[in-house]
Design a protein around this ligand. Structure first.
Ligand code: EPZ
Length: 420
């Protein structure tokens, strides 16, 4: 297992190229199961989660070839049984269920284990697919689904905390080959869902309302192969924007889509970070002015994304005063808090909220990565802390950030990947 060794205190300056979005690429790769014809997907980030999805599709019988940032997938002859161990390891694999039911009328995926950020059930996925005509039973850790034929239905996908991103993806993909019209109410509006809808449409699917809470999908007899360029990763862009702010540097984020980052940029500006559009890029600079504490509540899109909550907390640690950060999407997404406290942070948890007392300097120490975004927050804290911080188990980071250490080193960070 690798670790990152970081010597903090250096302002980052220069340009960072934002990679394609992991959370768009994964369901789009699964969507290639909906057709026998080859699909070419470009701007796919080189991440372990993406490689996992490739292996899962191969275990179903699809041909998958990566070449640079492009993956070609041909699901000519596939079966519904995938590699249990692989499917169990990555929650996002749940989004092969909709395509398999639509294509083969059968599907078998492992019940996703919980993970460090919460239970993460799939009850809404199953509810939606049942309304399209699927039946499920749970056997030996598998969810086994089957249907004589999928048919359109009105599906309400709102859950305890609001819409479900991958649940929307699953139902939308299944509906593209169902007989008749499907209406999804309380659908997720994330840019990654819009990008998936765009890819499905280029395959011949008929989808209206992508990006709004109501999706209307008219089923087609079959879909064709297509080509697609994945959108840039808004969460990676946010992470590097905050890296510029916490190191008192200035970065140009090449290819960052400001129109996908409204809530993030609003909060960064409220805190006093200067952000300017520069053509298709974003220029982020820690202005001379003192930063101000801001309160954050995570919400479904277009609200402040839960995937940037941990990173924002690190910025607030630099700001004298009290910030309240409330996590409304996942029930336990504060794994980074005890690790940040090891660096001298003063944070207390009150139910769904973290009370952050900022303004105290951080000092480097060994810390342990846990979930993907918590790990990113520890790297940011290491960049800001005095002395050396060692972030262990960086395989969590490699799941969702392409060459993060290389990208940071290229703009001045003193960060090395070392064997743990
Ligand atoms: C997607 O996960 C993202 N992953 C997550 O990013 C992101 O944090 C999350 O959406 C929320 O934005 C991918 O796109 C691969 P949800 P997803 O279903 O779809 C509850 C990262 O760091 N829920 O929108 O699995 C669930 O427990 C990852 O890149 C149900 O109750 O999340 C959670 O509280 C982490 N029943 C809430 O809804 C269900 O059937 C939102 O979950 C499904 C979800």
């Amino acid at each position: 297992m690798d670790a990152f060794q970081i010597r903090g205190g250096r302002a980052l300056r220069g340009e960072v190229t934002i990679s394609g979005s992991k959370n768009a690429a994964l369901p789009i790769m699964a969507a290639a199961l909906l057709t026998r014809e080859p699909c070419v997907i470009r701007r796919v980030p080189n991440l372990s989660d993406v490689q996992f999805m490739g292996d899962i599709l191969r275990s179903l019988g699809a041909k998958v070839e990566f070449s640079g940032d492009t993956v070609t997938i041909e699901a000519r002859d596939i079966q519904e049984f995938g590699d249990y161990e692989l499917i169990r390891k990555m929650r996002a694999s749940v989004c092969i269920m909709g395509p398999l039911l639509a294509r083969l009328r059968r599907a078998r995926v492992s019940l996703p284990g919980g993970c460090v950020i919460g239970a993460r059930p799939i009850d809404l996925h199953l509810k939606g697919l049942r309304m399209l005509g699927a039946k499920f039973n749970i056997r030996g850790g598998y969810v086994v689904g089957s249907t004589p034929a999928l048919s359109g239905a009105e599906v309400f996908l709102g859950g305890r905390v609001g819409p479900t991103v991958l649940g929307t993806a699953n139902i939308m993909m299944a509906a593209t080959l169902a007989q008749g019209v499907t209406i999804i109410e309380s659908a997720a509006c994330e840019p990654e869902v819009v990008d998936l809808a765009k890819f499905l449409t280029s395959m011949g699917a008929r989808i209206q309302g992508a990006g709004s809470p109501t999706l209307t999908i008219t089923g087609m007899p079959e879909l064709r192969g297509a080509e697609h360029d994945v959108i840039p990763d808004r969460i990676e862009a946010a992470t590097f924007a905050i890296a510029a702010a916490v190191t008192k540097g200035s970065l140009v984020l090449k290819g960052a889509r400001a129109d996908h980052m409204g809530a993030i940029l609003d909060k960064l500006r409220e805190a006093g970070v200067s952000i300017r559009r520069q053509g298709n890029d974003l220029a982020v600079e820690r202005s001379r002015r003192r930063l101000r504490p801001v309160d954050i509540t995570t919400q479904p899109y277009a609200g402040f994304p839960t995937d940037v909550q941990a990173q924002m907390m690190v910025l607030m640690l630099q700001v004298p005063g009290i910030s309240v950060i409330t996590e409304r999407i996942f029930e336990s997404r504060f794994m980074h808090v005890p690790e940040l406290c090891r660096l001298g942070a003063q944070i207390s948890i009150e139910g769904p909220s973290a009370i952050v007392k900022g303004g105290e300097p951080l000092s480097g120490a060994p810390v342990m990565a846990s979930d993907l975004r918590a790990s990113a927050a520890l790297v940011l804290a290491g960049l800001a802390a005095e002395g050396v911080t060692t972030v262990k188990r960086v395989y969590h980071l490699d799941r969702g950030y392409e060459r993060m250490d290389e990208k940071l080193r290229a703009v001045g960070a003193r960060i090395e990947r070392i064997p743990e």
